[in-house]
Design a protein. Structure first.
Length: 126
């Protein structure tokens, strides 16, 4: 499979795109087309924004309405965010190490291929 990389969008772009959908009332597909992004991606961003509003008490949700976290929940959230950041750093280090090892193995493979070609040519007396 070809090496297709995922596009990354910064939080400001995401927020702006969601704001356009909310403020203009245009369909998600039209706004996505105008911005050059997938309508599915923009739909997910809009859904996440709606859920965030619901859980933060900003929306018309039928939740408890407080939208605030207790101190223990805030501490747990902070701990989980730190843990997530550390895991992301660890994953990045592991990925970099894997990429380095892969490049070294590819170099070694290429050298061995050339060596075999030279050895065969020499054995054939050419």
């Amino acid at each position: 499979m070809a090496g297709v990389t995922r596009r990354r969008f910064d939080p400001e772009f995401r927020a702006g795109a969601v704001r356009i959908v909310k403020e203009t009332g245009k369909p998600v597909a039209q706004v996505a087309r105008d911005l050059g992004i997938s309508p599915y991606t923009l739909h997910n961003w809009v859904q996440m924004d709606r859920l965030a509003e619901h859980y933060n008490g900003d929306g018309d949700g039928d939740g408890d309405g407080s939208g605030t976290l207790e101190e223990t929940e805030q501490e747990e959230l902070a701990r989980l965010r730190r843990e997530k950041a550390e895991l992301a750093k660890q994953q990045a280090r592991e990925k970099a190490a894997w990429e380095k090892e892969r490049a070294e193995l590819e170099d070694e493979r290429d050298v061995l291929k050339r060596s075999v070609v030279l050895w065969v040519k020499e054995a054939m007396g050419r």
